[in-house]
Ligand binder design. Sequence first.
Ligand code: SF4
Length: 384
Amino acid sequence: MFAGLYIHIPFCLNKCPYCDFYSITDTSLHAVFLDALITEMQLIDHEGLHFDTLYVGGGTPSVLDVTSMERIIEFAHQSYPIDIASEITVEVNPGTVTLEQLKVYRRIGINRINIGIQSFHSNNLRFLQRSHSVSDINQTITWAVKAGFEKLGLDLIYGIPGQTTTSWLSDLQQAVASEPQHISCYSLIFEPGTPLDDGRLKGYVVPLSDENICNLYETARTFLTDKGYVQYEISNFAYTYGIESQPLNPEHNQSRHNLKYWSFAPYIGLGPSANSFIEPKRFWNHSSIEKYLADLADKRRPIEGIETLSQEQMMIEAIYLGLRQTKGISIDVFNSMFGQNFHARFKDTIEDLAEKGLVKCSQSHCALTPKGMLLLDSVVAVFT
Ligand code: SF4
């Protein structure tokens, strides 16, 4: 089985109030981070793994200059066996890339681009305190196509206070009009400890009701399905047609890298806060650039913690990851992986969840219903 390689670039232009990913805004650390990242690549034995995906995320990778990105991709290839037909993705934010930069990305082998547009409405971008404008979005999409990216992904956020079904539908329409191969629709989460959640606790920000959020989610599912996008995970939709509207293999436009996270494939994460998983071990790096740099200056791996998952933990993880995907948990795979009979072991749980309209199970698969998709965490909790 091929593995995935993830590189976390911990820099952003500014910190969005809802975000709990690790990133900083101190641009003076770009050069020293890059040297540390390269040391980390050299320190990590690839443990016999072969990779067919490389994902440069963050943070905002596109705030690095092109020479830095070139070095990252070059050293990744030098340090790890990365298959020639790999999916190589970079996340960019509108307003942080130029056409020239995107052309260089393409030339150095990046073949998939994910743009964090979030919304085509200025009021939403202001609420989210994004550093880009609507015209930045349109320009970045145009440039990405012009630079030759045939795999274009757009990220949208729904559930923004004040958002209506009409304005959300208009976001979806404008996204689809750009003809991306992939669309992600993320619900705005009030993550504990973020300024956004602080605003909620103090009463400055009033979240949309659960009912409104459900409606927006259903709007996205219905609209995107109608436009030829197949939902393959709770938040992710892939276009299923190619040139001259020929149907594609359903997996063609899916994020191969993210599918690894959901299917127990091994992956190695580099950079501050990055996670790695090589069954049955999970390990994660410091979520602190200072500690990350200090460890690597001493030629030590910047690992903050390691956990060895028990069979029981692996089983719950398999349920969580399986249910995130629209195809659901493959019962045969689950049974042979854990030497269990899924239907026998979870008979009462499945019956109860099915009665509540949250899961739908057949002999071969067990998947969430659309209603269950919005309640993933509570559904998984019932299996423990
Ligand atoms: S740009 Fe993205 S990663 Fe950076 S703070 Fe905003 S949401 Fe977080």
